[in-house]
Design a protein around this ligand. Structure first.
Ligand code: BTN
Length: 236
C-alpha cells in the first residue's frame, strides 16, 4: 500500500512505477490531475474522499478485461449499500449513483501483453465526506446520504473486502454470476438509450451487456456492439 498526500493521479502513478505487485493499492488525499473516463477530469476536495488505484495482474483472456470495470462498479455499489442502507444504481458501464446523483466513478486502464498475464489499474473515486460540489455537478456522498461523517480508513477496508471477493470470483471465471449482479443494479436493458460514441450522439434500444462488457444496441432492426471505452453519458 502506498499513500500520497498529493499526487497528479493515482492511476498515472501506478503505471509510472512499473512492476508493482498484484494487489498494490495507491491512495491519495488530493489529486492535481485526477482523470475520469473518456478524457474527463475527476475533481475531489482534499482529504474528504477516497481516491485510490489498485494494481491487478489477472491471468485471463485479454477479452475478459472489460468485465473488471463492471466488477469494480458492483463492489463499490455493495460498499455504498452497506454503509448507507440505500440501494445504488449502476449507470453503464461503471458510474455508481444514488437517487440519480453520482457517488463514485471508476476508471479501469489495462495494458495487455502477449502473455496470459495482463496489468489492469482499477481507479476509484468514492465521495465520502464531501458535502459541497461544484455548481451543475449532480453528485452525492456517503455523508450527504446519511448525515454522518465516515472514517475513511474503515470505508477503504470495507471497499477492499468487497473488491477482493469480486476479483476472486472473476479469477475463478464466474462471469455469469458477476454479470447477473451487475445487471440487477442497472435498469438500462430493454430501454431506449441516448449516449455519446466517439463524439457523436447515438440512440437505440439497449438489448444486452455481454460477458466481456460490450453494450449491445438495437438500431433500425440491427444489433450493434459498442466497447465500453468508447461509450459515455448514457441516458435512459
Ligand atoms: C469517471 O467517473 O469518469 C471515473 C473517475 C475515476 C476517478 C478515480 S480517482 C482515483 C483514480 N485516479 C484517477 O486519476 N482517476 C481514478
Amino acid at each position: 500500500m502506498q499513500s500520497y498526500d498529493e499526487i497528479d493521479s493515482t492511476n498515472t502513478e501506478a503505471f509510472r512505477q512499473t512492476n508493482l505487485p498484484d494487489g498494490t493499492v495507491l491512495t491519495a488525499e488530493f489529486q492535481t490531475q485526477g482523470r475520469g473516463r473518456i478524457g474527463k477530469k475527476w475533481h475531489a476536495a482534499k482529504g474528504e474522499n477516497l481516491l485510490l488505484s489498485i494494481v491487478l495482474h489477472p491471468k485471463c483472456e485479454a477479452s475478459r478485461m472489460g468485465l473488471l470495470s463492471l466488477m469494480a462498479a458492483e463492489a463499490v455499489a455493495q460498499t455504498v449499500e452497506q454503509l448507507t442502507q440505500q440501494a445504488p444504481e449502476i449507470k453503464y458501464p461503471n458510474d455508481v449513483l444514488v437517487a440519480n446523483k453520482k457517488i463514485a466513478g471508476i476508471l479501469v486502464e489495462a495494458r495487455s501483453n502477449s502473455t496470459e498475464t495482463h496489468t489492469a489499474v482499477v481507479g476509484i473515486g468514492l465521495n465520502v465526506n464531501q458535502t459541497v460540489f461544484d455548481e451543475g455537478v449532480h453528485a452525492t456522498s456517503l455523508k450527504l446520504l446519511t448525515e454522518q461523517e465516515f472514517d475513511r480508513t474503515d470505508t477503504l477496508i470495507t471497499l477492499l473486502k468487497f473488491l477482493d471477493t469480486k476479483y476472486q470470483a472473476f479469477l475463478k471465471g464466474e462471469t455469469i454470476e458477476l454479470l447477473k449482479a451487475w445487471k440487477s443494479r442497472c435498469a438500462m436493458i430493454g430501454k431506449v438509450v441516448v449516449f455519446r460514441h466517439k463524439g457523436a450522439i447515438c440512440t437505440g434500444k439497449a438489448i444486452d451487456v455481454d460477458e466481456i462488457g460490450y453494450l449491445w444496441i438495437e438500431k433500425e432492426g440491427k444489433a450493434m456492439r459498442y466497447a465500453q471505452t468508447e461509450v459515455s453519458d448514457v441516458r435512459y
